[in-house]
Design a protein around this ligand. Structure first.
Ligand code: ASP
Length: 438
């Protein structure tokens, strides 16, 4: 049995919904369907979820939110009319409008896109609608209670042969709706696949699958046909945006594979994500290249730092006390660097500098912005001699200055820090230079 998730563009209007219905009908094993809210129909269109966030902002700031709510209603009214189904939108929207107030639960409000889209799609398919609030159990810290959820959702869904389930949200034990972070319907798909013991999780979206490099930087990059769970997690964490980075976690220990398919071209080759794959790692040690801009380097230089036991731990403590989640901490004898997203330093830049200065009086202490991180990911990197050398050679041949290198012990990836201004150039050089390895 397969669990299927359709993304927002795949369900952006009635014609797309009909296409999704055809995909479901083409395979009897596709039995549990997770849906996103209607996404963009054209480049400058606004996603329903974005409109719902806007309504919450307007309401909180005492502005009139009704015109924006009307826009959401019009989106759904168009879909209902073009699908030719009977659906009480007026009733649904009257209830939603009644419950919107300045201190209403934001997660509840923004999840209404998935809720309504799933109800409409269920009606069109003639399949039962099962509300995600009854399936996915969140803790009060907004994190999913994984094992409770698998048991609970598994028990409930056992009663159904087919179901349409809204993505993106669940509820805590008091019944308060809680959402994942943006793009979280991918995670719902994985959670449901695990709960029902699916043999496959199909994720239908608006691209052919995972690409070996960012298509915004590389024109028509080669598609990745097979990728391991951990490679995909690395790539999506570092900017490859096909699948939510947390969608792997619920299923990787069970071995349920994920396939990424293009709704507009169902026959096109997909990307298959699994624990292992049939690729010759000697010939293709690298699976993909990804990267992100917007990092800063907090650098502390102090003679004889190496002899002070606990120095690094204290620096990281200061970082944690200021709410910063860091990415890398390269060190040398007298220097320790902490690389983190620039946005984390926004509110505590001076404070951190002052705290470190007061405690250690280092010889040099500064935060330098403008770093981009680029990662080369591949299961074959650890078993093939010379991949790291090749990566550095490509970068140096392109005249790009390397600001940081982190190859990690897992050797699943090599991460290079470069100036943001060199970001695109680095990705292009690596894609060209590593082509034979991909
Ligand atoms: N609709 C939500 C978002 O735009 C969740 C999703 O589509 O996965 O982030």
């Amino acid at each position: 049995m397969k669990t299927v998730k359709f993304g927002g563009t795949s369900l952006a209007d009635a014609a797309m919904m009909k296409q999704c219905a055809e995909i479901l009908k083409a395979d009897d094993e596709r039995r549990f369907v997770i849906v996103s809210a209607p996404g963009k129909r054209f480049k400058d269109d606004i996603k329903v979820t974005d409109l719902l966030y806007q309504i919450h902002d307007e309401c909180e700031n005492g502005k009139d939110f009704l015109p924006t709510l009307e826009k959401v209603k019009e989106r759904f009214a168009g879909i209902v009319k073009d699908l030719g189904i009977d659906f009480d939108l007026d009733g649904e929207f009257a209830k939603i409008a009644e419950d919107i107030h300045p201190s209403c639960n934001q997660s509840w409000l923004v999840s209404r896109g998935e809720y309504l889209n799933a109800k409409i799609f269920a009606e069109y398919m003639g399949w039962p609608f099962v509300d995600a609030k009854d399936l996915l159990i969140f803790k009060e810290n907004h994190l999913l209670s994984h094992h409770l959820t698998y048991k609970n959702a598994g028990n409930i869904l056992e009663e159904y042969s087919h179901a349409v389930i809204p993505g993106f949200y669940g509820a805590d034990t008091h019944g308060n709706i809680t959402t994942f972070t943006r793009g979280g319907s991918d995670v719902t798909g994985a959670v449901i696949a695990r709960s029902v013991g699916a043999s496959l999780y199909e994720n239908w979206t608006d691209v052919d699958g995972v690409m070996t490099a960012d298509p915004r930087v590389i024109d028509h990059p080669k598609q990745v046909r097979y990728i391991s769970y951990r490679e995909l997690r690395e790539l999506s964490y570092m900017g490859a945006s096909v699948l939510h980075e947390d969608a792997i976690l619920p299923i990787r220990s069970t071995g349920i594979p994920i396939e990424i398919h293009n709704t507009m071209d169902p026959q096109a080759p997909s990307t298959r994500i699994a624990a292992a794959y049939p690729v010759d790692l000697e010939k293709h040690p690298v699976t993909g290249i990804a990267g992100k801009k917007g990092f800063s380097n907090l650098q502390i230089e102090m003679a004889l730092m190496n002899t002070q036991v606990g120095f690094g731990a204290r620096i990281l403590e200061i970082i944690a006390e200021n709410g910063i989640s860091y990415e890398h901490t390269p060190t040398s004898i007298d220097i320790i660097s902490v690389i983190a997203e620039t946005s984390y330093f926004e509110h505590c830049r001076e404070k951190i500098i002052m705290e470190i200065d007061r405690e250690f009086h280092p010889d040099k202490l500064f935060i330098e912005d403008g770093m981009a991180l680029v990662t080369v990911v591949g299961e074959g990197i650890s078993t093939n001699v010379g991949v790291a050398a090749k990566v550095l050679q490509i970068i140096s041949n392109a005249g790009i200055n390397v600001r940081m290198i982190d190859a990690g012990c897992s050797e699943l990836n090599i991460i290079i820090g470069v100036n943001e201004t060199d970001y695109e150039k680095t990705i292009k050089a690596l894609y060209e230079g590593l082509h034979e390895y991909l």
